[in-house]
Design a protein around this ligand. Structure first.
Ligand code: ATP
Ligand code: SKM
Ligand code: MG
Length: 173
């Protein structure tokens, strides 16, 4: 959560001339309200159902860069859908770097609200398990978003050259 998926996903999409989809923004459009309000009005369970529904729908579309929400991989079905239909990049950030970012993100992340720093740290480590499924991982500690987006593109191009030279298939993300 708050690692930079939206920021970096948008950069990757722009550089690859692909459409960028932010699942949180799509959920907000459906409910016509910001995420903290969705949590307050309908509860987290309803948010998670909608999250699954929207990711399932978008996963069937090709040639897109999709940023999912920080808790999406908590649902096994979402994990499977993403791994089957896409190439999944995990953006990682150490606890020491992430805790420095909390002030910046807490207002829009209801999952963090009302918790002590110790509880947030516990959540951070619990979540490591749900993020262990992916195709490629980047540690983003002290690295600019631009640079991370370039790494991702380089990885995609490398994989494209190795697996499907000249097919363009790797861009089906
Ligand atoms: N590489 C980076 N270095 C420093 N700050 C960053 C970096 N990437 C993103 N940020 C900042 O961190 C905050 C969270 O970024 P962003 O919204 O992209 O995260 P996210 O992973 O999409 O979050 P969520 O899980 O809630 O969807 C933003 O204020 C953004 O500017
Ligand atoms: O990590 C989480 O559980 C969340 C992250 C955000 O992207 C949003 O999807 C929402 O605030 C929940
Ligand atoms: Mg985001």
């Amino acid at each position: 959560m708050g690692v930079g998926k939206t920021t970096i996903g948008e950069l990757v999409a722009k550089k690859l001339y692909r459409e960028f989809i932010d699942i949180d923004k799509e959920i907000e459009k459906e409910f016509n309200m910001p995420i903290p309000e969705i949590f307050k009005t309908f509860g987290e369970e309803t948010f998670r159902e909608k999250e699954k529904e929207i990711i399932t729908a978008f996963s069937k579309k090709r040639l897109k860069v999709i940023s999912v929400g920080g808790g999406a991989f908590g649902q096994e079905e979402i994990k499977n859908i993403c791994m089957t239909n896409g190439i999944v990049f995990l953006l990682d950030l150490s606890w020491d770097c992430w805790k420095e970012r909390l002030d910046l993100i807490i207002d829009n992340r209801p999952v963090l609200q009302g918790r002590t720093l110790e509880e947030i740290e516990e959540l951070y480590y619990q979540r490591q398990k749900i993020y262990s499924t992916h195709n490629s991982r980047f540690n983003t500690d002290n690295i600019e978003a631009e640079e991370i987006s370039d790494y991702i593109i380089d990885t995609l191009k490398l994989s494209w050259d190795i697996h499907e030279p000249h097919s363009g298939k790797i861009l089906e993300i």
